[in-house]
Design a protein around this ligand. Sequence first.
Ligand code: SF4
Ligand code: SF4
Length: 342
Amino acid sequence: METLQKQNNELTTASFQVKTLETTVKTKFSQKLENIGLFPFKPTEIEILQINLGKLCNQVCEHCHVDAGPDRTEIMTKEVLQQCLEAAKNQSITTIDLTGGAPEMNPNFRWFVSELSQLGKKVIVRSNLTILTYKNYLDIPQFYKDNSVTVISSMPCYTKDNVDNQRGNGVFERSIQALQRLNELGYGKEGTGLELNLVYNPGGASLPPEQMALEGDYKRELKELFNIEFNNLYTITNLPISRFLDFLLKEEKYEKYMDKLIDSFNPVAAKEVMCRNTISVGWDGKLFDCDFNQMLELGVASSSQNIADFDNEQLKNRNIILGQHCYGCTAGAGSSCQGSLA
Ligand code: SF4
Ligand code: SF4
């Protein structure tokens, strides 16, 4: 008990140091954007609605920035889903990107995806793959095919140990099963139009390697070892928030990691970060500049703050809320939900 108290005290001290550093870094990030003529930071267009269907998940991954897991009760209701559908009809929106938790675990998931696909928009589901191997979800791969859903899935390595260390025991094996099932249906195969993309994020406090080269390694290894094919690999930088921040603090790597992100600031990536063409919708309908600002509860700086009163013009004119975590999007080749940027 005493040890736990000591750990808590240490974490509180470390959190305080992070807060102090945040204030300094925040100014520097704005300054960096000002230096390249990008401050105040504005959207270019609102093309993507990224919707968090809830924090419920069958996994508890080490670096999850949503803090998702089987015990989470936050789930988007049908009423809020209806409001998302209305907003999705907006002409400028071309893509609906569904995330979670495991989005499939929302009880209205199938209904919602069917409605979206009838709107003629591109529908992306960020699936953790393992959920597709459980009894109540075995129909989902076929359902994805029937609704022309693009599937994007985390696969932090092509080896069992690395995947299971980061995402939990048994995740690798189930992920391979799910990928093989998707391949059987035509996903990831040339000429089918059924897109299957994988996501890599580093296991520790480092930046991802070059995307194209890593994609080549993944394609070779997954084909040789498991006869698996996919379309693209997206490399993503771990942002210093939620569980990954806890990990950095515990390992006393926070400052070094932040220095690395700051030193690797890339102006080309800064122009392309996802908050410039995306609006993120929280499970309760609140609007955010991105998934990360959502987890930090930094709501949009606009009079349109909820999906119920979605106003494209108001949102297009807002200033994007920035913080120290933004350096994660602009470091090196940059990072977004669609992989590297530059
Ligand atoms: S599968 Fe995704 S949402 Fe679920 S715990 Fe892992 S990272 Fe988080
Ligand atoms: S963390 Fe969010 S707000 Fe900051 S640059 Fe990245 S996408 Fe934009």
